[in-house]
Design a protein around this ligand. Sequence first.
Ligand code: SF4
Length: 189
Amino acid sequence: MRQAGEERLERMLVEKIDIEHVEPCFADETKIRLIARVPVDVSELMPYLNAMLASATYVRDRPALTLTKGIRLITVYPRRVTIAKADDVADAEETLAWLCEKINHAHDHKGEIQPVFEGKIRIKPLDIYGLLPQTNCRECGEKSCLAFALLLLQEKHPLRDCMPLYREKKWADKLRRLKDVLEALGLET
Ligand code: SF4
């Protein structure tokens, strides 16, 4: 006869999310950043998680879902999760177990949850511009930092194309904040 725990395990959509890669967190070197693999495509559940979790923002075009847990910044992609600002591997594993539970809850209770397809945060090119050096030096190949900001949001430039941001220490704080914003939008940093 099957135990209750075994039956629950059979029903779980995502049993475990395994960590694949760990590196120091660029925003805070005392923390870690990691990539983990989701065993099934969770795209369809993102609008339900968006509705369930107050800190979540759905980025429909990608698709991706960003959320926070304490200071941890979590981005869920269809088959992948990244976490920034986790304390250590044990903390990351605990966060992934928490996320697993939320994904399974969304899956099990889809009929009772009204999905939300709109993102809760809106970042405009001017917001990004405010975090760029604003020197219009053209090293990125664009005529102005504002043009670069627009193209960055459209994923036509990676952030690293703004070389002064990485080269000059005086922009280190802006670079950190920009990476946080891009990560929150589910964009690659
Ligand atoms: S390289 Fe950076 S600082 Fe220079 S114009 Fe492009 S975005 Fe602005």
